[in-house]
Each structure stands twice: as C-alpha cells, then as structure tokens.
Design a protein around this ligand. Sequence first.
Ligand SMILES: NC(=O)c1ccc[n+]([C@@H]2O[C@H](COP(=O)([O-])OP(=O)(O)OC[C@H]3O[C@@H](n4cnc5c(N)ncnc54)[C@H](O)[C@@H]3O)[C@@H](O)[C@H]2O)c1
Ligand SMILES: O=C(O)[C@H](O)COP(=O)(O)O
Length: 525
Amino acid sequence: MRVLVADSINEKGIAELEKVAEVVVNTNITHEELLESIKDFDAIIVRSRTKVTREVIEAAPRLKIIARAGVGVDNIDVKAATEKGIMVINAPESTSITVAEHTMGLMLALARKIHLADKSVKEGRWEKSKFMGMELNNKTLGVIGMGRIGSQVVKRAKSFGMNVLVHDPYISRETADEMGVEIVDLEELLKKSDIITIHVPLTSETRYLISDRELDMMKDTAFIINCARGGIVDEEALYNALNEGRIGGAALDVFEEEPPKGSPLLKLNNVVLTPHIGASTVEAQRDAAIIVANEIKKVFEGGTPQNVLNMPVLDPETFKFLKPYIVLAEKLGSLVVQATPGKIENLEVTYCGELAEIPQQDILTRTILQSILNPILTEPVNLVNAPMIAEKRGMIVTEGKRSESGDYKSLIVLNVKSDKGEFSVEGTYIKEPKIVKINDYKVDIKPEGIMLIAKYKDLPGTIGAIGTKLGEHNINIAIMQVGRKEIGGEAVMVLKVDQEVPSTVLDEIKELENVYDIVAIELSH
Ligand SMILES: NC(=O)c1ccc[n+]([C@@H]2O[C@H](COP(=O)([O-])OP(=O)(O)OC[C@H]3O[C@@H](n4cnc5c(N)ncnc54)[C@H](O)[C@@H]3O)[C@@H](O)[C@H]2O)c1
Ligand SMILES: O=C(O)[C@H](O)COP(=O)(O)O
C-alpha cells in the first residue's frame, strides 16, 4: 500500500503509517503534480492546503481513502469520492479545544487591543491611554454553530463571566439546556451580542451567512470573529462595515482566498488576522495525524474506520452481529450473478428475523445490500458507491424486511429477475454461511468452491445420468443435495465438485433427457 502525505502532518502519524505502508511525503505538491502522481497511491492525507477535486479523484484508480488531518472537508469533493467508492475520513475531535482556545485568544486581543499595543511598544512608544480596553465579564457572546468547537468556546466564555446566546438550528433544546445557553435566531443574536464568533462548516447554506444585511444588524461597538472558514463572512461587506465604523472590530483566522493577497482588510487597525492557525498546536496536530494514520491502517487491514464521512459508522456491537451476514451477503451476490441467465434487471432483497430488527435501514443498506451488490456490479464497487452504480445501470433494487425467518434466527432472501429468467436464493449463518433454499427448494449447502445447480424432472435415472456424465469427464462429486416439492415434479440438484466443469460438459448434461438446465458457479472459500 502507498500513502501520499500532501500537507504537513505530525511525524508520529507518519511513523504509524510506515508500519503498514510505503509513505511518500510531498507537502509542496502542486495541483498539476498531484494530478500526475495520484494514480500510484492507495491513500492521501491532506489538510486545508491541498484541494482534492473531482479531477484529482478521477485520476486516482487505486485510491481507497482520502484522509483529512483535521476537520473541514470543504477542500475535498466528497460527492466525487463517494461516486468512485473512496472513503473520506477526518479527525473531528482532534482540534476542537485548540480552535476554541485560539478563538478566546482573538477575543481577548480584540477586547484589549493587544495586537496594536504590541506594535506600539515595539515601535518605541508608550501609549497607555490609547489602549483602553473592554472586559469580557458580563458581556454577551453570540455563538453561531454550537458543535464541537462552538461548545468548547461556550464553556470557556462562561468561565470568563460572559452571557451566551447561541444560534444553531440543528441542536436540541436539551443540549442547549445542558450547556446553559439561550437559543435564539440569527437576527436576535446579531442585535444583542457584544462579540460574535462563528463555528459552522462552509456549505451552500452558510456561504456568506454574514454579509451587509447581517453586519448592519450588529451593535456599532461589536466584534466579529471567524475561526471557521473563509467564505462564511463576505469580506468585502466586512471591510466596508469596519472601515465605516458600523461595527467595532473583527478577527479572522480564515479567508476567502488564502493567503488574502492584496485584501484591504490587511490595512485596518480594528482587525486581528492570523494565517489559518486555529488548529495549529503541537497537541492538536499530533492527535489529528495519529487519528488519521490509525484510520488508514484500519482500512488497509480490512477494519471499519470510525470517522468516515461518506458511509455509516457501526458501533462495535452492531458490527459484530452484522459481520457474518456481510460475508454471507457477498457469497449470495456472487451466487445469483452466476446462476441468473442474462442481465439482472430486478433485485429484491429481504432481511428476515433478527436482521429485520435493526432499526436503521441505512445500516443494512450500506452493509448487507452493498456486499450483495459488490459481485453483481461488474465495475469495482465497495461499501461506499455500490447503490449509486446500480441505479446508474438501471437495475431496480428493492429492500424489504420480514420478522418471520422460519427455523433460522436470521435469513437473507434474494429474488432476481433478468431479461432471460429468474433465480432465488435464501441464506443464513449458523457457525458458517449456509444456503438453505434455491428457487424455492430446500437445500443445506455451504456456499464455497465449485458448485453445479441443475434443474431437472424428478424421474428415476436422471440423477444417475448427471453423475455418470461428470464421471466420464473425471469430475469428482464431493457433495450432492436434491430438493423437490412433489414426486415426479421439477426438482433442483446442487452438486459440489472437486474439478472445474468445462462449458462443453455442461452442454452435454443439458442434452440429457429430463434435465432442463445446469449452471456452474465458483465461490471463494
Ligand atoms: N480555523 C481552523 O483552523 C479550524 C479548525 C477546525 C475546524 N475549523 C472549522 O470549524 C468548523 C466547525 O467545526 P466543528 O468541529 O465545531 O464542527 P461541528 O460539525 O461539530 O459543528 C458545526 C455546528 O454548526 C451548526 N450549523 C450548521 N449549519 C448551521 C447554520 N446554517 N447556522 C447555524 N449553525 C449551523 C451545526 O448544527 C453544528 O452544531 C469546521 O467545519 C471547520 O470548517 C476551523
Ligand atoms: O478544518 C480544519 O481542521 C482546520 O481548518 C485546520 O486546517 P489546517 O489543517 O489546514 O490547519
């Protein structure tokens, strides 16, 4: 496995990765160089500098994982990655405290004019009266977005004696009560706050969340801080508001364009600017690097990472329960694609028994269904992109649940229709995967190795004739099972054989009297 580290990360993360992969560190890589070299890598680690665009993703046939050593993934085309079956992971918890502390630093700098006082002293002046500040105590802080970082800011602000208003449409009343904050709409927050701090992701909804109209609602003495993402605050509108004295000051760690070359904001005194260092502490960078390195290791070792942004994360209990059925599902998918004649147009999957009791359908879809689809769809698919590819191919896939599962705790039932016929199979897991029904006939067979499935008329001599034909071609029968509903009616025979069965032999068997059809299937052990 090969991992490209495209932005600088802590060496501890690199050392972890080197235990399982060849690691190439190129933290000055240009977009053009990335487009050229990404084809040789299984994983890439980035921070906010490197843009992982659709173009990059499409030039990356080997890529399995895009890791963001940090939080924001607005520099990664997550949709394009999902379509290609590439996992996108991040290290969401790693930097929250660090960013919250940086926010408090900027708040204090604005309140006490630390940036200006520092400059003045270094330039040889002693202007005590010029730097009259403001206490944070008893002031109102408006927090826009109370997620991981926002809530850490709230805790710290409270310890400074601040009253906190929060605007976040997605948090519950209980969370607000637990944090001891008042939830308000954006307008009220803007009008009442002495300091406003932004901690939302950059999305189409939050782009220019703060522009002329919102800045005009702020007190003329109020400060605004953006440690989230450039583009959430309209910088031109901000400059005008600051320049015209319509607000008191601003602190920015992030910019629409980084670095903010030629921005008029660089010339204003009532502005504190830092070069996107909100997450830059030894502790946060060490944690971010180690977290993503371990996630990549997990993926390479076939495990389930925790911080995947484009597939569901399973708790260990659910994963333990589902794991055998994921193995079974892959075998069932492989069986139906080989046993069904023609192009599959319709796939109906029914989860029965305990499997049907999993409340979140999403988990079954992203694990069991996708494992069934893996072998059915011929282009490389994985747990991330399989349903999308099925849809693109015009295959109608439906899922259902049934609490009843006969003699078994859980059952997966597949009914398949193609342009040339139909096939159905039922499987369960009892210490190992088992096929318990084929085309409505009861069987009991372990789905592995070379299997023959024959449809024939249940008349004396037919089974013997098939066995003889195989014997003539030196094909040894290891296991044989038959299923029928009535004497003399249609029956199904499943044979496990020790050698491959050439198609010419299958054709000879199809010629036998009372044999309707026979297919050979090969399943992994
Ligand atoms: N400056 C830095 O170096 C730095 C470091 C880490 C993260 N960040 C940025 O901070 C952002 C927040 O990080 P986090 O870990 O707290 O994320 P988070 O997902 O835990 O929290 C984001 C919060 O924003 C809320 N939200 C979403 N849309 C909103 C809207 N329109 N109005 C109000 N609230 C809204 C969500 O409900 C959530 O509670 C990241 O997306 C990243 O862009 C910056
Ligand atoms: O979203 C993040 O994690 C921060 O913006 C940090 O970005 P960086 O890793 O480029 O410092």
